[in-house]
Write a protein that binds this ligand. Structure first.
Ligand code: C6P
Length: 414
């Protein structure tokens, strides 16, 4: 698939696309135009090769054996932890906990920190634009502890109302948990302000960075967030592997999430003492191949440079916004001045599911539905949107294909 002029200015996207074998696919006889990167990103050859290499040469359980294979697998697994630590600039690799993904990372904090600090009448602050993964875990623990959930409202453009957030903060607030980049609007939230306001009252802040780490440079020490959650599969890595970053003093004070092998120091029938960080939170045999694959994905992203990716995607988003706004009857949901990576839209009198199905016949993969943000859809008074979300390999030409596909469906449905 051809690219456009802007694509050459930051990096050679045509060269990069060759690293992703799936981008060569034909769908219904048309070249695949993959614009569903917020759901999951495609994998470069190096990540695919990492999986094959692991099962061909390294497969063994970690932290358990003294034999060579186990030692090699353990080293590769722990090297991946250091790659993650450096990627988000955590101060120690002990602050990096491997989980199944963003969802599990947030559940871990809700069920451990939440369980140990929440009391009746306490409050948890989240926002209107949260993914269900940052709503339901808090609802579960709030119901158990008789705590309340408070919601930061948003304006029609899709920005959080920080004055309202200020008013919500009180001595009853025990945790703030907000999304860094919205998966449905693309808004980049002002998390620096959110964190500093919470910290004035010694309230810990968790950032759901599922849609941030692949689009923006993320430095947890600079942000000063207390927890940060993300998934490997949105960062060009494998599914089933994710990260919870936590400041060590919080992680030390939290009880374990699950019990089992690897998370213990000593077990008797009377009593168990727990392993040190990070292993206290990694019970059972981990997704070893996936973790090593995540390390390979980070290496890949680093070779391009996350700042280059952010700059490239920013230009692509500007171009896509301009082109889509030219289409009569198309309304963009989420028009913050501080946005990245995606466009959610609705078309007059055409249901998003019809849009998604029609575009699929053009070879274009977008996501339609509520994107696991039903309260946000309610806020905008729509049951669903169509969402085109971009990755480091998308091109201006693909934006043109999308715009042409949307114009075609409007014609057909007239
Ligand atoms: N959003 C989307 O299409 P998991 O499933 O654990 O890897 O990620 C959950 C999650 C949490 N927070 C945000 C902001 C997310 O975008 C997601 C995943 C996908 O938008 C699947 S619903």
């Amino acid at each position: 698939m051809k690219s456009g002029i802007i694509n050459k200015t930051i990096y050679d996207v045509d060269k990069i696309r060759k690293d992703f074998p799936i981008l060569e696919s034909m769908i219904h006889g048309k070249p695949l135009c993959y614009l569903d990167n917020a759901a999951t990103t495609q994998k470069p050859k190096s990540v695919i090769a990492s999986d094959v290499n692991y099962y061909t040469h390294l497969n063994s359980n970690i932290h358990r054996g003294v034999h060579s294979l186990s030692e090699a697998a353990t080293k590769a697994y722990e090297d991946a932890r250091i790659r993650v630590q450096k990627f988000i600039n955590a101060s120690s690799e002990k602050e990096i906990i491997f989980t199944r993904g963003t969802t599990e990372s947030i559940n871990l904090v809700a069920q451990t920190l939440g369980r140990s600090i929440l009391k009746e009448g306490d409050e948890i602050i989240i926002s209107t634009m949260e993914h269900h993964s940052n709503i339901v875990p808090w609802q579960l623990i709030a119901a158990e502890k008789k705590a309340k959930i408070k919601i930061i409202p948003i304006i029609d453009k899709g920005d959080l109302i920080l004055d309202e957030y200020r008013k919500l903060l009180s001595p009853k607030t025990k945790i703030v948990s907000v999304v860094y980049v919205s998966n449905s609007l693309g808004t980049i939230n002002d998390v620096e302000t959110i964190i500093s306001l919470a910290h004035k009252q010694n309230i810990p802040v968790l950032l759901d960075a599922a849609q941030a780490v692949n689009h923006l440079p993320v430095d947890v020490q600079k942000l000063d967030c207390d927890f940060l959650a993300f998934s490997g599969h949105k960062l060009y890595g494998p599914t089933g592997i994710g990260v919870l970053y936590g400041k060590s003093h919080y992680l030390e004070s939290m009880p374990p999430y699950q019990g089992g092998g690897d998370m213990i120091s000593k077990v008797t029938f009377e009593e168990t003492t727990f392993n040190s960080l990070p292993y206290k939170f990694e019970a059972g045999t981990s997704n070893i191949a996936g973790t090593i694959g995540l390390g390979a994905a980070i290496d890949y992203v680093n070779t391009i440079g996350i700042n280059n990716i952010a700059a490239y995607e920013h230009k692509l988003l500007e171009y896509a916004t301009e082109e889509l706004l030219k289409i009569n009857g198309l309304r963009i949901i989420g028009q913050s001045d501080n946005k990245c990576s995606l466009i959610s839209f609705v078309l007059d009198n055409i249901h998003p599911h019809d849009v998604g199905t029609f575009l699929d016949f053009e070879g274009i993969a977008i996501r339609t539905g509520h994107h696991c943000t039903q309260p946000l859809m309610d806020r905008f008074g729509v049951p669903a949107t169509s969402r085109a979300s971009f990755g480091l390999y998308n091109t201006k030409y693909e934006v043109d294909i999308l715009a042409a596909g949307i114009k075609k469906i409007i014609e057909v449905f007239k």
